[in-house]
Design a protein around this ligand. Structure first.
Ligand SMILES: [Zn+2]
Length: 294
């Protein structure tokens, strides 16, 4: 056991050796298939084909925005360290710095707790999770294009506040524990946000259009739930004609199929290449607080 002192708090780190089979049995799951759409307005829109629902974005960062600004301002008024000029930070600066990092840690803890809570709920009834390919890192890259800079940083804040990347990573890990399957729909081929889950008709939606209303068949559904329904339908091969069929997609990550060779160099190389791929056009309007689904 290690005892750590970090950012003014004490931590005990306990390492346990657990039998892999035991771990797999410790997490309960069911045989359901669920499709989830990750967004900024509603963090998670989900459907299992029978039921659907929305999980509102927790906005932990937004909630402490005022306090964050107040603490940063207070810190800037104090004497900061400058190593070149050999100026040491004042005691008050150090104290203010502690308060800033305490707040950051609080937000990070809240987010992590929320992500674990929601992902456990998803996994508890479903061993297959279908979602769309989303280049979070690319989207949250800094924008240096003049007037879009600030607007895009607002979008980044939303994406990072929801913790989309974290949700996916935790989902993958938990699915791996139960021998489940994680599948990503190729967004640009399938276009979940522009496609009718009932008839396959495609029509571009603007970002503020929160409802899917099909001009072809009249199907009406909340936008993000409709997108999740498209993913589920595509996964179940019902909307195959929209893109490549399920079997010839190489961009999917199926934990249950790759687990045996997950550590091989070939696969790590492939994962790295996938990571570095840049998909332009994932963000439609930098000025809006909404992520386009293609
Ligand atoms: Zn339709």
């Amino acid at each position: 056991m290690d005892i750590l002192y970090r950012n003014g708090k004490w931590y005990a780190s306990i390492v346990l050796e657990i039998d892999q089979d035991l771990l797999k049995n410790s997490r309960e799951t069911d045989t359901g298939i669920i499709a989830i759409d990750l967004g900024c307005n509603d963090a998670i829109a989900w459907t299992n084909g029978v039921e659907n629902g929305l999980v509102p974005a927790p906005r932990f960062l937004r909630k402490v925005d005022a306090e964050n600004k107040r603490l940063s301002k207070a810190k800037h008024r104090k004497r900061s360290p400058n190593f070149k000029k050999k100026i040491k930070a004042s005691r008050r600066w150090k104290k203010a710095q502690k308060q800033v990092s305490r707040l950051n840690r609080k937000v990070a803890n809240q987010r992590q707790n929320w992500v674990h809570h929601e992902t456990t709920r998803i996994i508890s009834g479903n061993s297959t999770v279908v979602t769309e390919k989303l280049e979070v890192k690319n989207m949250s890259a800094k924008a240096y294009i003049g007037k879009y800079k600030k607007q895009k940083s607002g979008l980044n804040k939303s994406i990072l506040d929801v913790g989309m990347g974290m949700i996916k990573d935790v989902l993958k890990a938990k699915l791996d524990d139960v021998g489940g399957k994680y599948f990503e729909v190729p967004t640009r081929k399938v276009k979940p946000s522009q496609t009718c889950p009932k008839c396959g008709h495609q029509e571009k939606k603007t970002l503020d259009q929160r409802v899917h209303l099909c001009l072809n068949c009249g199907y009406t559904q909340q936008r993000d739930i409709a997108a999740a329904e498209v993913m589920l339908a595509w996964y179940s091969n019902n909307l195959q004609e929209l893109g490549t069929s399920f079997s010839d997609v190489d961009s999917c990550i199926s934990t249950s199929h790759t687990r045996k060779t997950a550590g091989s160099m070939k696969q790590i190389g492939r994962a790295k290449r996938q990571k570095s791929q840049v998909i332009p056009g994932d963000v439609e309007t930098p000025g809006s607080n909404e992520v386009s689904q293609g």
